[in-house]
Design a protein around this ligand. Structure first.
Ligand code: ADP
Ligand code: MG
Length: 313
């Protein structure tokens, strides 16, 4: 459908269509909102041609105008909330993790990021009345830390049939950052077949951090991360799905700025994530979650537990 629209643009023949496809442009809007320079670079066509195609895409796409607040409020009512199995954490999040938004968990190794993602995948299968979304999960696993055994334990603790739950979690390993971004396209395909209501990227940043080294690579890394996160947001919008991403930080011994930890991904991840939750370990399996950044909720903390049964108060 979208590709047909792109093919109809004046100036887009089969060769250019191929180049656009290869560069990941599968939607009129993606072209319409891009800059000629970026499009030219990614597709290896001339900048003048790129500008013409963008102008045509702008005409053809509904770039959107302004909406009044009441219309937006009406749409906000369709936002659903996913429970975490911890009342305190749900309260911190204003009732649960919102659909159509990116929730970023950042914290040190072992702070509970992956455990939370597992619990969210289990909870997504639950009926809405039980804090679920009655749906499936897509998990992009970049560190190979997905454990079906953990899903089984958590499902049993919630009195769910573990086999049924496992069948609703679609996991793909991402071997590098490029593969990771391509898996979002795959997710759109999977979502045609299954009602996917949660997409997890655990970890969002590890591959990017390992691959783009040094100051010279920073701009490109941020650009790729930015596009990846916007693809995720689009998935969340189209499928009214929760988006959960993780981001590891390491404590610096010579803490200079008070908080010794800083999430990587810098401004791009920080500004694109709708909710940022800083996780840290406390005594006896306890974890502290601090909501750092939210468009509509106060900065606050919640304490929860990670145990064999999963997340709890
Ligand atoms: P990260 O933030 O690095 O992703 P994890 O979410 O994987 O960290 O958290 C790992 C921690 O979760 C372990 O150190 C342990 O405290 C806890 N954990 C993992 N599995 C279990 C289990 N079966 N029973 C109790 N605690 C567990
Ligand atoms: Mg992890």
């Amino acid at each position: 459908m979208s590709e047909e629209e792109i093919a109809k643009l004046p100036g887009v023949g089969p060769a250019i269509l191929d180049k656009l496809r290869e560069a990941g442009y599968n939607d009129l809007m993606m072209i319409a909102v891009d800059s000629p320079r970026n499009l030219a670079e990614l597709t290896e066509i001339g900048e003048a041609t790129a500008a013409k195609i963008i102008a045509a895409a702008k005409k053809a796409a509904d770039v959107g105008g302004f909406e009044t607040g009441d219309v937006i409020l009406e749409r906000r009512k369709t936002v659903a909330k996913l429970g975490s199995c911890s009342k305190a954490l749900d309260e911190l999040m204003g009732g649960g993790f919102e659909t159509r938004a990116i929730t970023e968990f950042f914290g040190e190794f072992g702070s509970g990021k992956t455990q939370l993602c597992h619990q969210m995948a289990v909870n997504t299968t639950k009926p809405v009345a039980d804090g679920g979304l009655d749906g499936h999960t897509i998990m992009i696993d970049t560190e190979q830390t997905f454990r079906p055994e953990r899903i089984t334990q958590m499902a049993e603790a919630s009195e769910l049939d573990p086999d049924e739950v496992l069948k609703k979690i679609h996991v793909a390993r991402a071997f590098n950052s490029h593969h990771q971004t391509l898996l979002v396209d795959k997710a759109f395909e999977t979502a045609k077949e299954f009602p996917v209501r949660l997409i997890v990227v655990d970890s969002l940043t590890a591959h990017f951090r390992a691959e783009y080294i040094g100051r010279g690579a920073l701009a490109e890394r941020q650009q790729m991360l930015n596009k990846h996160m916007h693809d995720l947001l689009r998935f969340g919008d189209v499928h009214n799905a929760v988006i959960a991403v993780t981001n590891q930080v390491s404590a610096k011994p010579d803490a200079f700025f008070g908080d010794p930890t800083r999430p990587i991904g810098g401004h791009i991840v920080g500004h694109t994530a709708t909710f940022r939750i800083y996780l840290r370990k406390s005594k006896g399996g306890k974890r502290i979650a601090r909501l750092i950044d939210s468009p509509n909720l106060p900065e606050a903390e919640a304490v929860f537990m990670v145990s064999e049964a999963g997340i709890s108060d």
